[in-house]
Design a protein around this ligand. Structure first.
Ligand code: KE4
Length: 433
């Protein structure tokens, strides 16, 4: 049980003097659930500990990176060793090539790649590359998908933008978004019509191949196949934004799950093991048009940073162990099936889904959540009640009904059983309100 959050409250009061909303990324402010954010002191395995000494079972895992759990011994010791050689050179190291080889083994469509320091940089660069290669301006994205805070992609975005109901941020000139067409996720007809009308002008389609920024939405295979077919037909570049799904839903991401290859893939989160790393990569014919070989510019002071590369290398090595993903998905299955059964027991309208180590749950009668509108129609009040009571019991779910959840290989049966016991008590309380 969470006793009190006095020190977090004090820390939040102070951080509000330095950062807008007291945070360095909006979703951390817990505004969507009208709650006080907890300030974290440390993490170990499946647990995080706040400044007041409260312990939580962590189902956010830094929004995806912590698939091995917090402070994994091998990752930490690898970082401790490499950091003694300096933290950055701004010159090539073997570590970048080592990580690239590991990535390519799981994402063979990434014939060549470039490291960045965030997922946002990766998607921003991928869009520029697609536009440069095709000499076209228009891009298709999907409502509720979030690809980082890239000006031309903050249109009907998900994640924090959706949470705050601000889907196209002020401060972005219309000139930067007028070429962005935002369609309904999973809507084959809309995509087909858009290509019929603009096909030859569309540089790229960028999509979360399993959406994780409007909660968790698993697309129909037909939808992704349709994107692949249309992009082939109109010579449009298909970008799978796998910043969240890469190494999360399977070792080879959603491309492995659905057996559909992207022309350009973006990665982040897990690939840096919790350190700042993004990646974009794809067919040689596109990637070799990047400076210094070609005219399309991309750069970055800390791109391929040796410490971050080391964290990524060790993380990918660890998750390459046999049956890692079978074990991970079994944990997820037990959690989500358990939550659904308990909600049913207490007559709470609830549904959930999971793929690999990523999950979502919704307070709704609707058993088929296919797009942003479906998620928006779910019961946010019930979500907030559930979030708050579970947090008070030491269960740390995403503080927004527009976010996915994440489980690590370190979440034990004991953790999941305790989570389900807390959910049983919480659903009981909610059904009596
Ligand atoms: P970053 O720039 O935050 O490293 O990556 C942006 C990004 C790109 N593409 C996808 C599919 C993503 O999920 C993200 C970032 N995800 C959010 C979680 N909803 C990060 C959390 C946050 O913004 O604080």
């Amino acid at each position: 049980m969470v006793k009190n959050k006095k020190i977090s409250k004090k820390a939040f009061d102070e951080s509000n003097k330095y950062f807008p909303g007291g945070v360095n990324s909006p979703v951390r402010a817990f505004k969507n659930v009208n709650s006080l954010p907890v300030f974290i002191k440390k993490g170990k395995g499946s647990y995080i500990y706040d400044l007041d000494g409260n312990k939580y079972i962590d189902y956010i895992g830094s929004w995806g990176p912590m698939i091995l759990g917090h402070a994994d011994k091998s990752v930490i010791s690898s970082i401790q060793k490499v950091v003694k050689n300096s933290t950055s050179f701004g010159a090539p190291t073997l570590l970048e090539t080592t990580l690239a080889k590991l990535i390519k083994r799981s994402f063979p469509a990434m014939e060549k790649m470039r490291m960045t320091s965030s997922g946002t940089e990766a998607t921003m660069s991928a869009i520029r590359l697609a536009r440069g290669c095709t000499k076209r301006d228009k891009i298709i994205k999907f409502e509720g998908c979030y690809h980082g805070h890239v000006d031309s992609l903050l249109v009907n975005a998900g994640s924090g933008a959706a949470t705050f109901g601000v889907t196209s941020s002020p401060g972005i000139p219309n000139d930067l978004t007028k070429h962005t067409m935002s369609l309904e996720y999973n809507n084959l007809e809309q995509v087909e019509n858009c290509f019929k009308r603009y096909g030859a002008k569309i540089a790229c389609v960028i999509v979360e191949p399993i959406a994780g920024n409007m909660n968790c939405i698993i697309p129909s295979k037909k939808f992704l196949k349709k994107l692949r077919t249309l992009c082939n037909k109109y010579k449009t570049i298909l970008i799978f934004d796998e910043v969240m799904t890469g190494f999360r839903v399977a070792r080879g991401g959603a491309q492995e799950v659905f057996g559909i290859e992207a022309d350009i893939t973006t990665l982040g989160k897990i690939v840096g093991g919790g350190m700042p790393v993004g990646v974009f990569g794809g067919k040689r014919k596109y990637m070799d048009q990047l400076a210094p070989n070609g005219p399309i510019y991309h750069a970055g002071t800390l791109s391929g940073n040796p410490v971050a590369m080391t964290a990524g290398i060790k993380t990918i090595e660890m998750l390459s162990k046999k049956s890692f993903y079978v074990n991970l998905e079994n944990k997820n299955k037990k959690l989500i099936n358990g939550l659904c059964a308990l909600a049913k027991k207490h007559n709470i309208d609830f549904t959930g889904n999971y793929v690999g180590g990523m999950f979502g749950f919704f307070f709704t009668k609707n058993k088929k959540i296919c797009n942003f509108e479906d998620v928006s129609n779910c019961d946010k009040i019930l979500f907030e009640k559930f979030f708050k009571i579970m947090l008070s019991k030491g269960i740390y779910f995403a503080p927004s009904s527009f976010e996915a959840g994440f489980i690590s290989i370190k979440h034990s049966d004991k953790d999941i059983n305790y989570t389900l016991q807390c959910a049983d008590e919480t659903f009981k309380m909610m059904s009596n309100i």
